[in-house]
Write a protein that binds this ligand. Structure first.
Ligand code: CMC
Length: 373
């Protein structure tokens, strides 16, 4: 095992899905550079690429989008679960529970065959935004906005969430954020999903376990923490003092550092541009979150040599899109479910139980103290 633990540098699977060059800041999905996908593709297209193996033709994409749109409705027990817990459960608790409930009436729940896994993946991708939108409306005491099959993924998602149509720029920004989060090699939640799948457990169980792994602040939970940090700092003028104070106190600055990237995370670089563009249209009633982030980036790089990761600029981007801070990590789930399910399909295709070892460092064998306590 590596000296530092955490399975650093250990290869645990072969995968055709995603590769990272951490030295040069390059991220690739099935051979396509993330920058090209963010510039030219839609989230639905990227989902197809990751799940089915290649980019779709225009007719394949149209059919995939229409299947996704048709699967968006959430009814029955999963809808009841959301309604029941909306006032008490935090967003990630809600998703952990409600996503599990979507298996109850899933016709393919007992099959790990590839066709069944593809159908389940599609339904999960389609339904998770509906769960999040329904939850948000219910906790606001409002009627849920039903999914509109005429709308693309991003426009429909933001409409369900906010109760009003986004502008084209907002929808495209959101779509790009979804593209950027869709897969990321052997991150902790994906590893969790693959471990669960390797026991020949099912797609829903793997995704629910992955949600639990993503929730932590060292992983997907970081985006929410970044926004809280920005809000605590409060203004561009306060950034230097506050960041230095946190560094002196040896606090982790959320949204910085990465196990694999030793340079700028390419996803952060792309989101930085979107956050910048949105900041220029802001009405000035709030602090300039983009400028604050930019200054934080400068300081943390100069002081600690750490670069921003995807969670850093996604925070201000989502905030500019008027999404509540405590929903940020659920958006990560909505996107990453593509990667998780593609990995489950790969794992089931060529499975061997993932069962590593641990090194025992406890007491040497000893006699049970019969009668002497
Ligand atoms: N702020 C301050 N110091 C840091 C940070 C940070 N964000 N990240 C790493 N360090 C320091 C850490 O204290 C340690 O210093 P020392 O050697 O003096 O003890 C050194 O860098 C190495 O840290 P590590 O925890 O051993 O490195 P890791 O590869 O295990 O950590 C990480 C990766 C992402 C958990 C870590 O950088 C971190 O905690 N970042 C903040 C949380 C965060 O932004 N998570 C999102 C990750 S990317 C997207 C995702 O997965 O969701």
């Amino acid at each position: 095992m590596s000296d530092k633990g955490g399975l650093e540098g250990i290869v645990v699977a072969r995968s055709e899905l995603c590769s990272i060059d951490g030295q040069n800041g390059i991220l690739v999905y099935r051979g396509y550079d993330i920058r090209d996908l963010a510039e030219h593709a839609s989230y639905e297209e990227v989902a197809y690429l990751l799940l089915r193996g290649d980019l779709p033709s225009s007719s394949e994409l149209a059919a995939f989008k229409s299947d996704l749109a048709a699967a968006r409705v959430v009814s029955g027990e999963a809808a009841q679960v959301v309604d029941l817990i909306a006032q008490d459960a935090k967003p990630m608790e809600m998703l952990r529970t409600a996503v599990s409930a979507t298996s109850f009436d899933d016709a393919d729940k007992d099959s790990n065959e590839e066709d069944a896994n593809q159908r389940k993946a599609l339904r999960l991708i389609a339904k998770i935004p509906t769960l999040i939108g329904r939850y948000q409306r219910r906790r606001e005491g409002k009627e849920p906005v039903e999914p509109d099959p005429e709308l693309d993924y991003a426009t429909n998602f933001l409409t369900m969430l906010r109760g009003e149509r986004p502008t084209a720029e907002e929808a495209r920004t959101f779509d790009v954020a979804m593209i950027l989060h869709a897969d990321h090699e052997m991150n902790a939640s994906t590893f969790t999903a693959r471990v669960i799948a390797s026991t020949l457990s099912d797609m829903h169980s793997a995704v629910v376990g992955a949600i639990g792994a993503l929730k932590g602040p060292l992983h997907g939970g970081a985006n929410e923490q970044v926004m809280k940090t920005l809000e605590a700092v409060g203004s561009v003028e306060e950034v230097d003092e506050e960041v230095h104070r946190r560094l002196v106190e040896k606090q982790r600055i959320m949204g910085f550092g990465h196990r694999v990237y030793k340079t700028m995370d390419p996803r952060a670089a792309i989101l930085k541009e979107y956050a910048h563009a949105l900041s220029e249209r802001a009405d000035g009633t709030e602090p300039n979150w983009y400028e604050m982030s930019r200054r934080m980036e400068e300081i943390v790089l100069a002081e600690k040599g750490l670069y921003p990761n995807v969670d850093f600029y996604s925070a201000s981007t989502y905030h500019y899109l008027r999404i509540p801070t405590d929903l940020f990590t659920t958006l990560f789930v909505a996107s990453r479910v593509v990667g998780w399910s593609a990995h489950v399909i790969e794992q089931h295709r060529d499975n061997r139980l993932i069962r590593p070892n641990s090194e025992y460092v406890g007491p040497a064998r000893r006699a049970y103290p019969v009668g002497s306590r």
